[in-house]
Design a protein around this ligand. Sequence first.
Ligand code: T4K
Length: 381
Amino acid sequence: MPDRPLPFDQPVFVTRPLLPPLEGFVGRLRDVWSSGWLANGGAQHQALERALSEHLRCAHLSLFNNGTIGLIVACQAVRLSGEVITTPFSFPATPHVLSWNNVTPVFADVEPGTMNLDPAAIEPLITARTTGILGVHVYGTPCQVDAIDEIARFYGLKVIYDAAHAFGAEIDGRPIGSFGDATMFSFHATKLFHTAEGGALAVNDPDLKRRIDLLKNFGIRDEEHVVMPGINGKMSELSAALGLEVLKLVDAERTRRAHIARLYAQRLAAHAGVSLLRPPANVRDSLQYFVVRIDPAVAGVDRDRMHERLRRFNIVTRKYFYPLCSRYSCYRHLPSAQPANLPVATRIASEVLCLPFHGGLSDDDVHRICDAIDHAIAEGA
Ligand code: T4K
């Protein structure tokens, strides 16, 4: 067995927010202060919407106060109702936005490679009540957008993508926000690009963009006309100001994360029971998470034990996304939620582990994390 590595003095978290130099942020705050404009589409909001439309190459982009409200609004804007087919392998927000729209989530199984909705599992679940598909580009790996699009066109369904993890991802050079009817990005503090709390919807259709902008502002068209039952989804000037500073650091953060990913891959290649999630060759990775799958039969240790053992070294890994959404008490009664219908997702959820992954990790940190993994495996069952 390798020597027992020393634990980290401070917890090493799965991620840390990208923090721009405080002086730059304070400079922007001075502009906000002197404008006396804190919300409702001020100068910072307008500047960030423009900058992100360019960065993400979106036809139209609308900022939100968080990704979840963005998704709720997307469901309203494309008029989802009845049943919507979605993945169980996601964060709770994904099925919850359907529930908040009085829509029943119908869970379809995922593919073992991308861990995203399996197009072959979608078609058998379509009924007269189905109005849409809500796909998640989980960990930033894109769904099979062409196959999903073909099913949607044939059955006349809307497609919304939850791209909470997919900032900057591309398929064959096409930006991730250009697929489906609407795509949601999360700008939560834990995301590579963030505004502390925030999010956005990207759409191709200018009319849909107008409807979304009304829906996120109470449905107010002008001082005397409220044309639909909207909600408050607006991003504040403070968040937008932070986003403008964080955006300057994104490219350097991506470079650093790509280096860390290579380092992990080199070190973890020694363990046959630990496999990596590799994006297909035609995909630009969002570099949001570093995910491993642990096959207990080969590794000699299961995911839960690895999670616990790494905790002893002060390494705080996360089991995103265990348990499956289909196991929550609010959804487990649904016929589509039965584990027998979701064998691939059920297995994957017991094997995945997100390792610490952010630009603040030094090479030495990554080596120490890998030493701890070596040790956890050497301890065996
Ligand atoms: N769809 C999908 C597929 C999603 O994954 C998410 C969110 C959404 C929709 C909804 O988007 P938003 O409405 O949030 O925009 C975190 C995030 O809060 C959540 O945004 C994210 N997905 C999810 C995967 O991760 P938790 O409950 O795991 O966060 P928490 O507080 O445990 O933070 C994780 C680690 O990050 C901590 O251990 C330490 C570090 N951290 C966190 C915060 C908030 C920091 O270092 N500083 C911080 O300020 O949900």
